[in-house]
Design a protein around this ligand. Structure first.
Ligand code: DLL
Length: 435
């Protein structure tokens, strides 16, 4: 059985990997400087020229790029090639208004799909497998990325997208799916539904699951493995750099191997921006090494994690990242959708409510719940119960349009939400997603 999808890269010596990264980085920086005015200005402000970057050792000289930059440059400001060379866009989940829009040339799609193919091969996937892709298809990168990776491996691909769970299970059974790709919360939900339908894990042919796009615990991993009768693997990625497959778990399951021939990783102190030594906990920063349409130099992911070059029993030499342990901003991932508290606040103000609110996120039966408690102004409070219910509904609707997911809105009496004496605590996340 093929153990690696691209063995020469996945098991390269550190020396060879460095040489490759250095060579690619020099070209990538030049490409960005010559073609992206936005980043050229950032480099000029810092007084760095492409010639100053001779290899990854010099990366620290380059300015960071943040999500705010991506929003400011929306939609074409970071595009590094002519639009006619692009074949695809994908976009981040959740945010309406100025979403992050990423562009891909055919070459970019290819390298992204290679990364996903490495992840599928790492869980034992071959051309004898049936790979059920139950990540969302569309602008979200999950479906498209894993679909492409599955093709490259030669699996029979079931492009199910998410939802329609009964049909998922029927196809899974009838077409003998062996690999399932979806978010961990959807995997858990499929597990429960199987039970409700009277199907046993032994009735299925699943052997592996590739789950990511949101934080999940070891406990959840064990539950999913039991309910679906498979081995569950983690996968990491973000739209800005490509999508799923930036890093993936192997059979050792001690961190995720980063596809560092395409994405160079650094860990920085989120407060000072200083680069931290290997093994330190900090914010993950990625530099793409060979992207054509949407290259990003020193992109701050806001994900907090640790890098390790410890030898891996799987034989891969690619550096590993830990599971993300949290974020250095306030972004929440609810049912796979990225949600910022500021979006909720924007809706409240627009709809004429006070900005005294509390967001409560929890997980019931492996599904995220989002409750928003909003304080009424005294004049709103005199309204009847009937009209309050209608107001709650209308507000929930407005939030659904903004966030892309359905919250439960609770209008509460004036002055009932605890005031803070320091920083306001707006979010209570009860999910305990990080070990
Ligand atoms: O979630 C891409 C993806 C799709 C990854 C399918 C894996 C599988 P975005 O919607 O842009 O892209 O969200 C990216 O999700 O910065 C992390 O905070 C979080 N995230 C992604 N994978 C994991 C994971 C896709 N395995 C943001 N564990 C990232 C924890 C994850 N968090």
């Amino acid at each position: 059985m093929k153990k690696y999808f691209q063995p020469e890269i996945e098991t390269a010596s550190l020396e060879d990997m460095r040489a490759l990264q250095n060579e690619k980085l020099v070209k990538q920086v030049k490409h960005v400087y010559e073609n992206v005015e936005y980043y050229r200005n950032l480099m000029d402000e810092k007084g760095v020229k492409p010639e100053d970057i001779k290899g990854v050792e010099d990366l620290h000289k380059l300015p960071f790029l943040t999500k705010a930059d991506l929003r400011e440059a929306y939609p074409y400001g970071l595009l590094a090639t002519d639009l006619k060379n692009c074949v695809r866009i994908q976009s981040t989940s959740g945010t309406t208004g100025k979403r992050v829009v990423a562009f891909y040339t055919q070459g970019d799609v290819d390298l992204w799909e290679d990364c996903c193919a490495r992840a599928i091969t790492a869980v034992g996937g071959t051309n004898e497998d049936v790979c059920q892709v139950a990540y969302g298809y569309g602008l979200f990168t999950g479906g498209a990325g894993m679909n492409g990776g599955s093709h490259k491996v030669g699996c029979l691909t079931l492009p199910m997208s998410s939802g329609n769970t009964e049909r998922q299970i029927q196809f899974m059974r009838d077409l003998h799916a062996t690999i399932l790709c979806c978010t961990p919360s959807y995997a858990a939900y499929i597990g429960e539904s199987i039970k409700d339908m009277g199907v046993k894990p032994e009735d299925l042919d699943l052997k592996a699951g590739i789950f990511g796009a949101e934080p999940w615990t070891e406990e959840m991993r064990r539950d999913i493995e039991k309910s679906l009768g498979l081995k569950a693997y983690d996968i990491y990625g973000l739209t800005e750099t490509s999508g799923p497959g930036v890093a993936f778990e192997c059979e050792a399951q001690k961190g995720m191997h980063i596809n560092e021939d395409h994405f160079y990783a650094e860990i920085i102190d989120p407060e000072t921006g200083e680069v931290l030594p290997e093994g330190s906990k900090g914010e993950l920063v990625f530099t793409s090494l060979d992207k054509e349409a949407f290259p990003l130099l020193r992109y701050r992911t806001r994900d907090i994690c640790v890098l390790s070059r410890e030898k891996c029993s799987c034989g891969r030499t690619l550096i590993k990242m830990s599971k993300p342990m949290g974020r250095s901003d306030d972004m929440l991932i609810i049912r796979g959708v990225n949600v910022f508290p500021s979006q909720i606040e924007t809706v409240l103000i627009k709809e004429g409510y006070s900005s005294n609110y509390l967001i409560e996120v929890d997980r019931e039966n492996n599904t995220d719940t989002l409750d928003v408690y909003v304080e009424l102004n005294p004049e709103q409070f005199s309204d009847t119960v009937k009209s309050l219910t209608a107001m709650e509904k209308a507000l929930a609707n407005a939030m659904k349009i903004m966030l892309g997911i359905n919250p439960k809105v609770h209008l509460v009496a004036p002055k009932t939400i605890t005031r803070s004496e320091g920083k306001a605590v707006r979010v209570i996340d009860k999910r305990k997603l990080h070990d």
